[in-house]
Design a protein around this ligand. Structure first.
Ligand code: NI
Length: 430
């Protein structure tokens, strides 16, 4: 399959502010083979898409979510974290079946594709069903079976993770990357993390873990081990493999130095951290140090949507007001967090995150012919400060058109919404 996009504005995200006002992109099967200004070279194409009044840019990368938590959207809000988890979220999650997880993930993928996300990172359970949804929908994903080290099922979680790697690493035509998912330092003690680490080393996969999300976590880990969560993970050896650390809200200078030294990727979730009042991660500092900080939405019960364009805006605004400095996190920097830097946080920077020959053909077309995009002195500022999920017109993942003119190609949206409404009805009846 050979696809040509022409007469289109291109934001390659290869360098911060480069824009090709009118150019072309050529896709051969799963890969981008040419990006350039002006008219395309003559050739045979299976599909030609005219991009007049449209922008093409890399698909957005969500570096942290729990996709099937869409089923818990608006079930419990405005509560303290532990009360929220213990009285609402965990009891409800106990009731979720494999089928529920499949449909909840499909709902998440529907929302993500419609808002321009082409890769998402998931940590949850019944991961076979998540992988199935990824395979059928055509999206790209980094998947982890969440593991709790305390409690009776910790060995089962390791065995299931090993099996999941065997079954799905490189699955869905290469669109699935598996990482191990020990939940957090306060739920996975060092002895358990060492078992996770040796499985990671044996199988050659990375580790996805929540780190330093709340002050309670800091107190617990300091009390038990006399050091910060980041220092504890370093001492345990976890950073010897590629790691994606979600949150890193409460990190000090020493922690930041450790994250930098080991090339740890960070998933920043500004809306979730704000909604759960977890705190404000020192993102400008981490970026200054060259740490790959990507953006994530976290689960839909603590956000409550999976809209990555909106997340870029929240991220920029939060850090400006927090530092009382409007020059902090300019638009192009937060957009890179949602694309190229997010890819680096996932350790996939040689495959996704920018439009360049050799990269996977993951890209989104955005309709610029709209009042809130007019005028256009600065395209990137428009995207970040005025852009909406509904501006995403067409989505291509791995060279396949999965949404065109806002019509989903691989997903029966009506059916997904119907199924999820039925599941929600059942969940509150029991
Ligand atoms: Ni999370």
């Amino acid at each position: 399959m050979r696809i040509l996009l022409q007469n289109i504005t291109i934001l390659p995200m290869t360098s911060p502010k480069e824009i090709i006002e009118k150019g072309y992109v050529i896709i051969q099967d799963q890969v981008i083979v040419a990006v350039g200004p002006g008219d395309p070279p003559l050739g045979e194409y299976d599909r030609v898409i005219d991009g007049t009044n449209q922008l093409v840019m890399p698909g957005l990368i969500n570096t942290h979510t729990h996709a099937a938590m869409t089923l818990l959207r608006s079930y419990a809000d405005d509560l303290p974290l532990m009360e929220w988890l213990e009285t609402k979220i965990w009891p409800m999650e106990d009731r979720l079946t494999g089928d529920d997880i499949y449909w909840g993930t499909m709902l998440a993928i529907t929302e993500m594709i419609k808002s321009g996300t082409t890769t998402f990172t998931d940590m949850y359970f019944h991961m076979d069903r998540v992988a199935e949804a990824v395979e059928e929908s055509g999206i790209r994903a980094v998947l982890s079976r969440g593991m709790i080290g305390i409690g009776p099922e910790n060995q089962l979680a390791l065995e299931q993770s090993r099996q999941f790697i065997q079954d799905w690493q490189g699955g869905a035509q290469g669109r699935i990357t598996v990482m191990l998912g020990p939940h957090a330092p306060y739920t996975c003690p060092p002895d358990y993390l060492k078992q996770v680490l040796s499985l990671a080393q044996e199988t050659g996969v990375g580790i996805n873990i929540h780190v330093a999300e709340t002050l309670d976590e800091m107190d617990t880990i300091k009390g038990d081990y006399g050091m910060s969560p980041v220092a504890l993970l370093e001492k345990t050896g976890v950073f010897e493999v590629p790691v994606l650390a979600a949150h890193c809200v409460h990190v000090n200078d020493e922690d930041i130095a450790i994250l930098k030294e080991y090339g740890v990727g960070v998933a920043h979730n500004p809306e979730s951290n704000m909604k759960l009042a977890s705190g404000i991660a020192p993102v400008p500092r981490m970026l200054e140090e060259g740490i790959a900080v990507g953006l994530g939405t976290d689960g839909a019960s603590s956000n409550n949507d999976l809209d990555m364009l909106q997340e870029t805006r929240t991220c920029a605004l939060l850090h400006k007001v927090n530092s009382m400095n409007p020059t902090v996190l300019p638009a192009e920097q937060v957009l890179s967090m949602a694309t190229s830097l997010g890819a680096k946080a996932l350790h996939l920077e040689d495959q996704i995150g920018c439009l360049e020959p050799g990269y996977k053909a993951d890209m989104i077309l955005i309709n610029l012919d709209q009042p809130h995009m007019t005028p256009r002195y600065d395209l990137i500022a428009n995207l970040v400060y005025a852009g909406k999920a509904s501006d995403v017109d067409t989505v291509i993942i791995d060279g396949n058109i999965v949404m065109e003119n806002r019509q989903l190609v691989t997903i029966d949206e009506k059916k997904v919404l119907h199924q999820c409404r039925e599941i929600a009805r059942r969940l509150v009846q029991n």
